[in-house]
Design a protein around this ligand. Structure first.
Ligand code: NAD
Length: 485
């Protein structure tokens, strides 16, 4: 069903439709080949998608369904993804660049969101409020209505699943704006909705250019709530549009997250954290471990191990990298690859040392060698700016206080890590770190169950975990005057 087609279409009110803004070529970043085209929504298509969601919300089919049954529908979305994982993973890999095994992992992660939030649908409960004799008072948690989801290209399937699953589970009707760099695999959400009998208009998926369709969606007066993951500049534009319509939004805007590695850390184990932390998805992860702040006594050893990890990775076309292992795919686009390379060059001009990588691979494709930069000082741009590529920056510290100061020295605050055998030291640090999530002795410890989101310019609101459910509901209080007793 996901078979190759020349032009992929938008999915609005249960129908596949062409867009008013033409179509965009979708490029395989490993080869530069055109994979196909995706139709682009104009403001009329955006409006059609919002109206489809609004009508669905007003007719109440999804909203009024018994939550247990709505939860079953949400779970069925996840099962559909898993049933089509093989073909979906190939398409995702071809348009995004990641190794095939990483694409499968992404689909598995996406399915987990539908499973988790499908299970939670019937647990979203209000409370009763005692007002004394003569009154019965209770609260209900109602869906906002039309929930808009603007999706980035680094994990298009998983990021869509993350917010869509919770929004649907709580009874919202959704419009997803897929990323223009990687829109093809998002077709799966329309196919799944059709196949499992999701009420029409509950899921609408449109692709469009960010500053046109994305802007039009975020400013649409009938959108009641927004979720965005991506860059800070776009987040500010979306939050501004949301503020003008007085609707809430959740922003997840990336980071420059640091691992603090103490002198007693287990560096054998830390090699795995390096591998996953900065080279997974070629470093295009908002919560990547893009900085390591290591105690000066272990600095040389850490650099040596980081060079070993980077050097062990085979880099090439994701479609050929089928099995979990020491490998890495292309970056998402030429532009992202060049941007990362320019940031590395600037760091070198500012005095950083490149101890591994730092250049593109020869031949076609957007491949950047796994890179390790040493000798980073906090005043260099690379110490605080998000590269969004496979580039590790290593800094050193002398005292615990200095480590915390360095870790907290960027405008971001998404995640942080502490690596030590001393649990007192780790928990003390966890409380001092300005980040929404702190990993102790394992980068990425956690899962769909654990709340995730940023401090500072990493955004606001929480996704994942039970916390995310509250993004999609508003509280209504109902007070009843009963007969006096
Ligand atoms: P972006 O923020 O511009 O794009 C993300 C999504 O927002 C896309 O769907 C895009 O179409 C949409 N968009 C763009 N402009 C919009 C607007 N004015 N109104 C509404 N929607 C709009 O990100 P990008 O340009 O693709 O990448 C730039 C940088 O953003 C990256 O280098 C990286 O640092 C960061 N980024 C972060 C994440 C993350 O997960 N935190 C994901 C992608 C990109």
């Amino acid at each position: 069903m996901l078979e190759h087609r020349d032009v992929y279409h938008n999915y609005i009110a249960g129908r596949w439709c062409a867009g008013g803004a033409g179509a965009i070529d979708v490029i395989d970043p490993a080869t530069g080949d055109i994979l196909g085209q995706h139709t682009l929504a104009d403001h009329r298509d955006v409006d059609a998608a919002v109206q489809a969601a609004r009508q669905q919300h007003q007719n109440g089919e999804l909203r009024s369904m018994r939550p247990l049954e709505r939860g079953r529908l949400v779970q069925a979305m996840g099962r559909y993804l898993l049933d089509h994982s093989d073909e979906l993973a190939k398409l995702l890999t071809r348009e995004q660049g990641k190794p095939l095994w990483e694409a499968k992992l992404e689909i598995d992660g996406a399915a987990q969101y539908f499973e988790y939030y499908g299970n939670q649908a019937s647990t979203v409960e209000g409370r009763s409020v005692p007002l004394g004799a003569g009154y019965l008072d209770f609260t209900e948690l109602e869906p906002y209505g039309v929930s808009a989801h603007i999706i980035p290209w680094n994990y298009p399937i998983e990021m869509t699943a993350r917010s869509l699953s919770a929004a649907l589970a709580t009874g919202n009707s959704c419009v997803v704006k897929s990323p223009e760099l990687t829109p093809l695999s998002s077709r799966i959400f329309g196919l799944a909705a059709d196949a499992i009998g999701m009420p029409k208009g509950a899921i609408n998926v449109i692709c469009g250019v960010g500053h046109e369709a994305g802007a039009s969606l975020s400013a649409h007066p009938d959108v009641n709530q927004l979720v965005f993951t991506g860059s800070v500049a776009t987040g500010i534009a979306i939050a501004t549009a949301a503020a003008q319509n007085v609707v809430p939004c959740v922003l997840e805007l990336g980071g420059k997250s640091a691992a603090i590695v103490h002198s007693d850390a287990d560096l054998d184990a830390f090699e795995t954290d390096l591998r996953w932390g900065i080279y997974f998805n070629a470093g295009q992860v908002c919560s990547a471990m893009s900085r390591v702040i290591v105690h000066h006594s272990r600095y040389d050893e850490l650099i040596e191990r980081a060079v070993g990890v980077a050097g062990s990775l085979s880099v090439g076309a994701g479609i050929e990298r089928k099995e979990f292992g020491p490998n890495m795919g292309a970056m998402v686009s030429e532009a992202q690859c060049q941007r990362a390379l320019d940031m590395v060059k600037r760091a070198l001009n500012q005095g950083a040392q490149c101890v591994h990588g730092g250049q593109r691979l020869g031949g076609p494709g957007a491949f950047l060698a796994p890179t390790v930069l040493g000798g980073i000082s906090p005043n260099m741009a690379i110490a605080s700016e998000e590269v969004f590529g496979p580039v590790l920056s290593v800094l050193s510290f002398d005292s615990d206080e200095e480590a915390i100061t360095l870790a907290n020295s960027t405008p971001y605050g998404l995640v942080a890590g502490v690596f030590t055998r001393d649990l007192d030291r780790a928990t003390r640090a966890a409380r001092q770190l300005r980040a929404g999530q702190v990993f102790i002795n394992e980068w990425y410890a956690g899962g769909v169950e654990t709340p995730f989101g940023g401090y500072g310019r990493s955004g606001y609101g929480r996704e994942k975990g039970r916390e995310a459910l509250w993004n999609y509901v508003q509280t209504k209080n109902i007070a009843i005057k009963t007969s006096s007793i």
